[in-house]
Design a protein around this ligand. Structure first.
Ligand SMILES: Cc1cc2nc3c(=O)[nH]c(=O)nc-3n(C[C@H](O)[C@H](O)[C@H](O)COP(=O)(O)O)c2cc1C
Length: 201
């Protein structure tokens, strides 16, 4: 009886170990890796603002990005108000001397800023942007990094907006993560350049 229980326990242990390692040994099928590889910049959106519960999941994932010495230099402003979203779009376009919507019709934008007084702020903020984009993709939302957040929030109007939102401190705009339900198929990625990876073995 004892040996029967022992064999059953052993079998259970082997099965558990197999199921735990399956995702890491079969690299091509790992869900997280697939998510990272299939995220694409989306440049056409439905006008509906994504459910708040989805946005909150994306935002929370953003806050778990690593930061230098764990100092959490970035902040994220989640803009779903259409008037504010449009104002940010206009300010962004103005940096380029354009009057097109650089947010491609996305109904919401997650603005990442980071505290300039922390030496790693630029890296910290960029990783937050990455987390936001990858988390959104995992939940079926589309995103695209839209640049010029630095210029927008260095401008007098941008600074006034931060003040209006009650944000004090020396924050630099890192990126705008536009977000929404995609209205397009994800484009095919460009082939990766041949000399991207260099092994030193
Ligand atoms: C730092 C940075 C700035 C970007 N700025 C813009 C932008 O202003 N407008 C835009 O349409 N896409 C922008 N993108 C998106 C890139 O064009 C896009 O990520 C790139 O073409 C690769 O495509 P993929 O994201 O589908 O892999 C930016 C991406 C990064 C990382």
């Amino acid at each position: 009886m004892k040996s029967y229980i022992l064999s059953a326990a052993l079998l259970l242990g082997i099965l558990t170990a197999c199921s735990n390692t399956q995702d890491t040994t079969d690299m091509g099928k790992n869900e997280t890796i697939e998510n990272l590889k299939t995220r694409r910049a989306i440049r056409s959106y439905q006008s509906t603002v994504p459910d708040k519960e989805l946005l909150e999941q994306v935002l929370e994932a953003g806050t778990y990005a690593p930061t230098g010495m764990g100092r959490q230099s970035p902040i994220i402003i989640a803009v779903t108000d259409k008037a504010v979203r449009d104002r940010l779009s206009r300010l962004n376009a103005a940096v380029m001397g354009s009057d097109n919507d650089p947010f491609y019709g996305a109904p919401a934008v997650l603005v990442v800023l980071a505290d300039r007084s922390i030496p790693t702020y630029l890296y910290d903020g960029s990783l937050v942007m990455g987390n936001l984009m990858n988390a959104a993709h995992a939940l079926g939302l589309g995103t695209c990094w839209i640049h010029r957040a630095k210029e927008v929030f260095d401008s007098e109007e941008g600074k006034a907006l931060l003040k209006e939102w009650g944000i004090e401190g020396d924050y630099e705009g890192i990126g705008n993560c536009i977000i929404g339900y995609p209205a397009q198929e994800a484009p095919q990625p460009k082939p990766r350049k041949a000399d991207y990876i260099h092994f030193v073995e």
